[in-house]
Design a protein around this ligand. Structure first.
Ligand SMILES: *Cc1c(COP(=O)(O)O)cnc(C)c1O
Length: 373
């Protein structure tokens, strides 16, 4: 976390203060109303729940501080991603997406965008640094990529995209606005799954788009109204609560991830450890320059599918679940979803368990299943 992120965190915690009247609740109230008192058609803050409602305002205010941008919220990360892509593209346009990124984004591009006449080109994250952007409308990036944790220089890519007349959409899910600010580095839109670390407790799906071009953001907002991809007020409340502890959770998660990654890298029988915080990691140099933390995701390989599954089952403090960024450590073999990784490749998402207790459990499980002999 850098100083700017910390100041924003404090601002987020107190964002309601200026608007409070005597006796008002300090914590926002969940409004379930789909209708609003409208004796006249114009001038009301809200008129119908699909267009806007009070709990969205609260969470969009928080995220707006975090991103220093206009924010439109969505009921999931994918709803936010599809909104950004649909608004930025049209039939005949070319979009470059990472071949090693979140797999549902690739499915969306293949099964939906391509059907509507968009030319979808998949390129590995690392190769985007050299790829020719001529003729592209949108370059879509995800850095660090999920699950391979490859990193691309966002500022350099955005400068090249701009020179080629392309817009850049950055999926900032893995690091969040606390640790990485793609808009400051030249991206046109940020999309994120707040389902992960921002909500942070594996109990709410949520997403958002942020950007600094009012006309583009107005179109994103209008897409939400027309598509009806609207977040629920309960989920908005859970995200609002989760965001209040984002910085303190990330501190623990990133610090533990550094320790666990270093020890995994030194553990005989554990191969291919990827964590941008390891000095020898291919992503380390760029990560140091463009992020203010290396995140909480670690990739590594065990001897094969059987050993990897046995390890996951043996460790009492690893939830065997997909997704990441929650309070609890979670892991899975990504090959089971068809990601282009080795059968024994595990994506480990470090939670907020006390570091040494967590490591001890991981070490015991590795020994128990015979990693390293
Ligand atoms: C989880 C995830 C998404 C999708 O978010 P949902 O809230 O599950 O729709 C998108 N991008 C990345 C990088 C993710 O990890």
């Amino acid at each position: 976390m850098d100083d700017l992120a910390r100041v924003r965190m404090a601002e987020m915690l107190h964002h309601r203060k200026a608007g409070l009247g005597l006796g008002d609740p300090v914590v926002p109230s969940i409004s379930l109303s789909t209708t609003f008192h409208l004796p006249q058609a114009n001038g009301a803050a809200h008129y119908y729940g699909r267009s806007g409602q009070p709990m969205w305002d609260e969470v969009e205010a928080q995220l707006g501080i975090l991103e220093d941008a206009e924010v439109v919220t969505f009921p999931s990360g994918m709803a936010a991603i599809s909104a950004a892509l649909i608004v930025m593209l049209k039939a005949g346009a070319k979009v470059m997406i990472p071949s090693d990124g979140y797999y549902v984004t690739r499915l969306l591009a293949r099964d939906m965008l391509a059907v509507y006449g968009v030319n979808v080109i998949e390129v590995p994250t690392l190769e985007m640094a050299e790829a020719d952007f001529t003729g592209f409308s949108v370059i879509y990036i995800e850095t660090p990529s999920n699950p391979g944790l490859d990193v691309i220089d966002i500022a350099a890519l955005c400068a090249r995209a701009k020179a080629a007349g392309a817009r850049v959409i950055a999926d900032n899910t893995t690091l969040t606005g606390m640790l990485q600010r793609p808009l400051d580095l030249g991206a046109d839109l940020v999309v994120a799954a707040d389902t992960k670390a921002p909500a942070g407790h594996s109990d709410a799906l949520f997403g958002h788009v942020s950007g600094r071009n009012p006309a583009v953001m107005a179109r994103i907002r209008e897409w939400r109204r027309q598509a009806g991809a609207v977040p629920g007020p309960f989920e908005a409340y859970l995200l609002h609560r989760g965001l209040e502890t984002l910085e303190i959770r990330l501190e623990r998660m990133c610090a533990s991830a550094q320790v666990v990654a270093e020890r995994l890298a030194a553990f005989a029988g554990v191969r291919g450890v990827r964590y941008p915080g390891l000095p020898g990691d291919p992503a380390h140099r760029i990560s140091r320059a463009q992020t203010s933390g290396f995140g909480f995701l670690i990739g590594f390989e065990l001897g094969g599918e059987t050993q990897a599954e046995a390890f996951l089952a043996a460790c009492p403090y690893i939830a065997q679940a997909t997704s990441f960024g929650s309070t609890h450590t979670a892991a899975e073999r990504r090959a089971r979803w068809g990601d282009a990784v080795a059968p024994g490749f595990i994506r480990l998402s470090i939670g907020i368990e006390p570091t040494e207790v967590l490591w001890q459990a991981i070490e015991e499980a590795l020994n128990e299943v015979g990693v390293g002999g």
